[in-house]
Ligand binder design. Structure first.
Ligand code: ASP
Length: 317
């Protein structure tokens, strides 16, 4: 979406990774690295949001994204306010757009928004005035751009060359905004061997993510992979008939140490969280030496600092 760049090509909003170039993504990764003391360990900010205000509106549940955006904004020197949705005027029937435009009148510079409705982010972005920027913190099953960015940053910290990587994404891909944003980022960075693994009804529609190879057999799909990204069953977005029988799902798609041995010996294991232990992956894998799950979380703070700073820089220039 080009509307997220201004006329000079600076990031103005962050709505989706679809359509952003590998160079833009690499620039954001470089910026995030500057806010890390070590991989996965966010350090102090540089005050690039001094005097600016960030308002967070999470219409869907969140732990990692919400806390890390708030920490990121504070470490960059911003004022942060949070709208508590259940006790807001949303409960009185106000639309999301009216809520945002109302808060915009109070001189807010950034909105960080999570909402289930596909297409909402784009329509909000086009209605905001010059001052405010919108950052998508999760849009239905469509996109989760800062997650995609922190995921590729984590991969880059372990694997130097995207072009020769084999990446397997496994689980409920159909309902996963994380998978979609990861695929957009990985393809932009030149990954050729992208594999999507899951039961047929939880793989994307056949006309979506067509660059990736599809597998229903986990053992075949994971073979010799360098990166294994596991996903949760997102029951909140499933129709009741789509929810698999848990026992047989676990047998076929839980990442166990036996299965992980089929991947490359130094494969990394990722998960956006929250992990459903014993269903998505076994404890010994979640807490094992190949897991980079905690590193992803720490990188998330630095990446969100980078996105805020990049947009703030564009506003100033
Ligand atoms: N936390 C991620 C998201 O918001 C993944 C998940 O919920 O399974 O999409």
């Amino acid at each position: 979406m080009n509307e997220q760049l201004d006329s000079r090509g600076h990031l103005r909003h962050l709505i989706t990774l679809d359509g952003l170039s590998g160079d833009v993504l690499s620039g954001l990764m470089d910026r995030a690295e500057a806010y890390l003391i070590a991989p996965g360990q966010p350090g102090p900010g540089d005050g690039s949001l001094e005097g600016l205000t960030v308002c967070q509106l999470f219409f869907e549940a969140s732990t990692r994204t919400k806390i890390s955006f708030e920490l990121a904004a504070r470490r960059q020197g911003a004022d942060v306010v949070n709208l508590v949705i259940p006790t807001s005027s949303a409960a009185k029937g106000e639309t999301v757009l009216d809520t945002l435009l109302t808060i915009q009148s109070m001189a807010v510079d950034f909105f960080v928004v999570r909402h289930k409705e596909a297409g909402l982010m784009r329509s909000i972005a086009t209605r905001l005035g010059d001052r405010a920027s919108l950052i998508n913190a999760g849009e239905g099953q469509q996109s989760h751009p800062t997650q995609g960015l922190l995921d590729v940053l984590t991969i880059r910290q372990h694997k130097k060359d995207f072009k020769n990587l084999s990446v397997a994404i496994t689980g409920d891909i159909r309902h996963s905004r994380v998978a979609r944003s990861a695929c957009h980022a990985l393809l932009a960075l030149g990954v050729h061997d992208l594999r999507l693994i899951g039961p047929e009804n939880l793989l994307p529609e056949s006309n979506e993510l067509t660059h990736a190879r599809r597998y229903t057999d986990f053992d075949a799909g994971i073979k010799d992979c360098d990166v294994v990204m596991m996903l949760r069953l997102q029951k909140e977005r499933m129709k009741s008939g789509d929810i698999p029988d848990l026992e047989s799902y676990r047998k076929q798609y839980c990442l166990t140490s036996r299965r992980l041995k089929l991947a490359s010996g130094n494969a990394i294991v990722m998960h956006p969280g929250p992990i459903n232990r014993g269903t998505d992956m076994a404890d010994e894998v979640a807490d094992g030496r190949q897991s980079v799950v905690r590193q992803q979380v720490g990188n998330g703070v630095a990446m969100r600092m980078a996105v805020l700073a990049a947009i703030a820089a564009g506003k100033k220039s």
